[in-house]
Design a protein around this ligand. Structure first.
Ligand SMILES: Nc1ncnc2c1ncn2[C@@H]1O[C@H](COP(=O)(O)OP(=O)(O)O)[C@@H](O)[C@H]1O
Ligand SMILES: [Mg+2]
Length: 384
């Protein structure tokens, strides 16, 4: 029997939580969100919204007490509380054990090494001074990529060090890891899903283009423009990775396809991911519905695309604009066929803040790219 009475608690109430709650509403599932920001995006569409800190043990315990199933939309949550809730008989997906590994990029890289999952060569360092020493002793040579072990996101904990001057200006403080700089031919992502019956499904690989200044994905195209064999390898690798982590729900796997033909796992996220947003408009099952299917142990949905090409554009706050948000060019873009605008409902914009996204579907890459360029040119997030 299909019951819609269970209470699903989500730690985090940002745009991912909002879109998860919208998908849940289609099945009359009730989503309750926990987020420190009172008017966070998910607050508008959740059955219940608690203002609180998902990093705090007591607050997560109090939030989880009357829920049947707890999941996340951000990985930096209190996993001790999740473990305790699990022991009380609540369902918790993804598992606290997997979250603990994923939250720390150092443990994540060690996990890939242990499981034989291809990833860029790396070494952990106590702090930036130890890394500097390793460079001056010749143990590591420039260029290299430095990553802070915890709390990095959207490129904020990543420094690409190319010159001795970069060592003075770009080095990030604290426990970190060094990684070899991969010769990237394309950055791709595969969103995988798993349920308690151990079924796994993967969405087609997407190709990510990064904003040079903001280090954010600003343009994503599905299917990725890579050879079929590479696509098949990437999808098989995503399946291997989700089985290794043993998580239920989604696992987005970011990868590099290198110029020498390797596929390396960069990092993963055990939740809905930017690289799956287009699925709302372009696939038989959206990533958000797929996450619900995974965590509720329902059959996984078809990951097949309904349109030949989909492009996702992040709507970032325009540089130079800070304050109450306004959107320019919406009318012009809504007039186009195959353009779907998603606004997250954040009241304040700031430079490069993720304020929404647009999906552009088309019959050919060229057609979709042309429309995407139009949207990019006209649709702007500004302050009033
Ligand atoms: N080893 C690497 N070689 C080359 N580029 C890298 C490497 N690691 C990270 N990058 C670049 O930095 C971006 C952000 O790094 P990532 O580890 O994904 O951090 P974040 O958590 O901020 O997404 C990647 O998408 C990629 O463009
Ligand atoms: Mg990343």
């Amino acid at each position: 029997m299909f019951s819609t009475t269970q209470k699903i608690g989500i730690l985090g109430g940002g745009q991912l939580g909002k879109m998860l709650a919208l998908a849940a509403a289609n099945w009359d599932f009730k989503i309750y969100s926990l987020d420190p920001t009172p008017n966070a995006p998910a607050s508008a569409v959740s059955a219940g919204f608690t203002v609180g800190d998902f990093k705090d043990y007591d607050q997560v315990m109090a939030f989880g007490a009357d829920k049947d199933l707890i999941s996340i939309e951000i990985e930096h949550v209190n996993t001790d509380a999740l473990r305790a809730l699990e022991q009380m008989g609540k369902k918790v997906h993804p598992s606290p054990a997997a979250l603990d590994i994923i939250k720390d990029k150092g443990l994540q890289k060690q996990f890939y090494q242990e499981k034989g999952i291809p990833t860029a060569r790396f070494e952990l360092f106590e702090d930036e001074k130890a890394l500097k020493k390793a460079i001056s002793s010749g143990a590591w040579t420039l260029p290299l990529v430095q990553k802070t072990r915890t709390a990095g996101y959207d490129g904020k904990g990543v420094a690409i060090l190319r010159t001795l001057e970069d060592l003075e200006t770009k080095l990030l403080p604290g426990p970190c890891l060094a990684e070899t700089l991969a010769p990237i031919q394309a950055e791709i992502a595969v969103v995988a899903a798993r349920n308690e019956r151990d079924e796994v499904a993967v969405f087609p690989a997407v190709e990510m283009d990064f904003h040079p200044e903001a280090n954010l994905v600003e343009f994503l195209i599905c299917p990725a423009r890579i050879p079929a064999l590479v696509e098949a390898q990437a999808e098989a690798l995503a399946e291997q990775v989700i089985r290794a982590f043993n998580v239920c729900g989604l696992l987005a796997v970011e990868m590099f396809w290198t110029r020498d033909g390797q596929i390396l796992v960069n990092e993963v996220a055990p939740r809905p991911h930017n690289s799956g947003h287009h699925t709302i408009d372009s696939a038989h099952t959206s990533q958000f519905e797929q996450h619900l299917r995974g965590i509720c142990n329902l059959p996984l949905g078809s990951t097949v695309s309904k349109t030949p090409v989909a492009i996702m554009l992040n709507l970032l706050g325009e540089p130079g604009h800070k304050g109450p948000v306004q959107y320019a060019g919406v009318d012009e873009c809504l007039a186009l066929e195959g353009v779907n605008i998603h606004l997250y409902g954040k009241s304040q914009t700031s430079p490069f803040r993720k304020m929404g996204h647009v999906t552009i579907t088309g019959n050919t890459p060229d057609e979709a790219i042309e429309k995407a360029n139009f949207v990019k040119k006209y649709l702007k997030v500004v302050s009033s």
